[in-house]
Design a protein around this ligand. Structure first.
Ligand SMILES: Nc1nc2c(ncn2[C@@H]2O[C@H](COP(=O)(O)OP(=O)(O)OP(=O)(O)O)[C@@H](O)[C@H]2O)c(=O)[nH]1
Ligand SMILES: [Mg+2]
Length: 224
């Protein structure tokens, strides 16, 4: 059943990716634990991006709070509440993203950012048609999170470490994530990137990935 769900998701994700390609839009799936700072990062990024035409597909279980927080930053925003017709899901899947795309002027955008539902587990398992995956890791979450939630960390092309201003107030051992990185197979990503494509059973079959070449993200996605 899981494989059927994932394969249907992949079919729609592929259609989403085709739609992005036709419109000339690059899509980023932005993920993190609840409250790590996705919306705050988006606000700062939108300020910094200047002329880049950005659309945001905002995913939340309930409320339009984040969509409202992005008003006035020049981005077209489409809200998808997963409680409305999607059973209150804890992640966005490709069908949900597709449902929100019609409210965005895709052909007029350069970049689409999908702010996923705050959750360190499920969002990593669903391809939504993105070209790259970014995650926000707040230092307040503790240094053990890459070990406890490995699928998300392995799936990310880029990890933004946030709330570093709070480090003086935290008992966080900054050396520990580095040790984990050496000890844990963070570089063994290639087969683990897309559990949503190949099914969870394949997660055991990790294989080393070559160092990033020009234009190729650590997770193997080509980014213009
Ligand atoms: N001190 C500090 N607070 C931050 C930083 N970034 C975000 N915050 C605060 O953290 C809280 C959560 O930030 P959001 O941007 O809403 O986090 P989010 O990941 O979008 O949250 P969800 O969408 O609910 O999952 C807010 O009160 C932000 O102001 C930071 O760098 N430092
Ligand atoms: Mg948010």
């Amino acid at each position: 059943v899981l494989e059927r769900i994932l394969s249907e998701n992949d079919r729609v994700a592929s259609a989403n990716r085709d739609a992005f390609g036709r419109a000339g839009v690059r899509a980023v799936n932005l993920m993190s634990a609840p409250g790590a700072g996705k919306t705050a990062l988006l606000r700062r990024t939108l300020e910094a991006l200047g002329d880049v035409r950005v659309g945001v597909l905002e995913g939340d279980i309930e409320t339009s709070l984040d969509a409202e927080a992005l008003e006035g930053f020049g981005a077209a925003v489409s809200l998808v509440n997963t409680s409305a017709g999607f059973g209150g899901e804890c992640h966005l899947d490709a069908v949900m993203v597709r449902s929100g795309l019609g409210r965005l002027p895709l052909a007029e955008l350069d970049l689409l950012v999908v702010e996923n539902v705050g959750n360190l587990v499920c969002p990593a398992e669903f391809d939504v048609g993105e070209h790259a995956r970014a995650m926000v890791c707040s230092v307040t979450e503790g240094e053990d999170k890459p070990l406890k939630y490995p699928v998300m960390y392995r799936a990310a092309d880029v990890v933004v470490v946030n709330k570093v201003d709070l480090l003086p107030h935290l008992d966080l051992d900054r050396a520990v994530p580095g040790q984990h990185r050496r000890r844990e197979p963070w570089r063994h990503r290639a087969r683990a990137q897309r559990p949503h494509r190949r099914g969870r059973r394949r997660l055991g079959g990790l294989a080393p990935v070559a160092p990033a070449a020009d234009g190729v993200t650590p997770a193997g996605r080509r980014v213009a």
